[in-house]
Ligand binder design. Structure first.
Ligand SMILES: Cc1cn([C@H]2C[C@H](O)[C@@H](COP(=O)(O)OP(=O)(O)OP(=O)(O)O)O2)c(=O)[nH]c1=O
Length: 199
C-alpha cells in the first residue's frame, strides 16, 4: 500500500500558501491540491492563546467553503508564537524582527498550530503545542540571521528549520513539525479517525 493511502481523502485541498505546510503534507504521502485561503489575519481582542490560531484556521476554512462538497476535505492551519501572555506576530519589517528575536533570546516560548479539517457537514479543529528554548543570542547572532535568514514570513520572526534553529534552539518539548507549521502527528491521527466516517 502506498504511503498515506490509508488516510487519503478522495479529494484533499490544502488551504495554505505556506511552502512548509505543502512539503510536510507531501512527506505524509498524501495527494492534494493547493488553494490559498485569503483572509486578513486579525482576530477579536478578547481571544487568547490557542483560541487565536483556532479562530484563524477556522476563518481560512470558511474562506474555502466553496470546496465543502461530498468527498472533499479542506485542511487549513494557523501558527502562532506565544510568549508571556502575548502573540509574537509575523514581523512587519526588520526592526520588528530584531525586537522579537531579542525578546525570545534566552527564554522559553510556546508555538501553537491549530489545524482545521472541514468538508460538507463537518468541521473539526485540533491543535498542538510545542515549547521552545532559545539560547542567549548576541547582537551578531541576531544581525546575521536578519541579513541571511528569512524571518519576515514567519511567526515569531524565526524558522526553526533555518540556521537560527540549528544554532539558537537549545531544547524543544513537543512536536518539531508543529513549529515548522503543520503538526504531522495531529494530521495523521485526525485523518485516520475521519477515514470511513467522513470519506
Ligand atoms: C515558529 C516558526 C514559524 N514558521 C512559519 C509557519 C507558518 O508558515 C508561519 C506562520 O504563519 P501562518 O499565518 O500560520 O501561515 P502562512 O501565512 O505562512 O500560510 P497560510 O496562512 O496561507 O496557511 O510561520 C516556520 O516556518 N518556522 C518556525 O520555526
Amino acid at each position: 500500500m502506498a504511503l498515506g493511502a490509508s488516510i487519503q481523502p478522495p479529494r484533499l485541498i490544502l488551504g495554505s500558501a505556506s511552502p512548509r505546510r505543502k512539503s510536510l503534507l507531501e512527506a505524509l504521502g498524501l495527494h492534494f491540491e493547493v488553494r490559498a485561503a485569503h483572509i486578513d489575519e486579525t482576530y477579536p481582542p478578547g481571544l487568547s492563546g490557542v483560541e487565536i490560531p483556532e479562530y484563524l484556521a477556522t476563518r481560512k476554512a470558511m474562506a474555502l467553503s466553496e470546496f465543502h462538497e461530498g468527498g472533499t476535505l479542506v485542511l487549513t492551519a494557523d501558527t502562532i508564537v506565544w510568549h508571556q501572555g502575548k502573540v509574537l506576530e509575523k514581523p512587519a519589517g526588520v526592526n520588528e524582527a530584531r525586537d522579537t528575536l531579542r525578546e525570545l533570546s534566552g527564554m522559553w516560548h510556546e508555538v501553537i498550530t491549530s489545524v482545521c479539517f472541514s468538508g460538507k457537514g463537518f468541521l473539526e479543529v485540533k491543535h498542538a503545542r510545542t515549547e521552545v528554548k532559545f539560547m542567549d543570542l548576541d547582537q551578531t547572532d541576531i544581525e546575521t540571521y536578519l541579513r541571511k535568514g528569512h524571518p519576515l514570513d514567519k511567526a515569531g520572526a524565526y524558522g526553526i528549520q533555518e540556521w537560527i534553529g540549528l544554532v539558537g534552539v537549545e531544547e524543544i518539548r513537543g512536536s518539531y513539525t508543529n513549529v515548522v507549521g503543520l503538526p504531522t502527528q495531529v494530521v495523521y491521527k485526525t485523518l485516520r479517525d475521519m477515514a470511513g466516517r467522513y470519506f
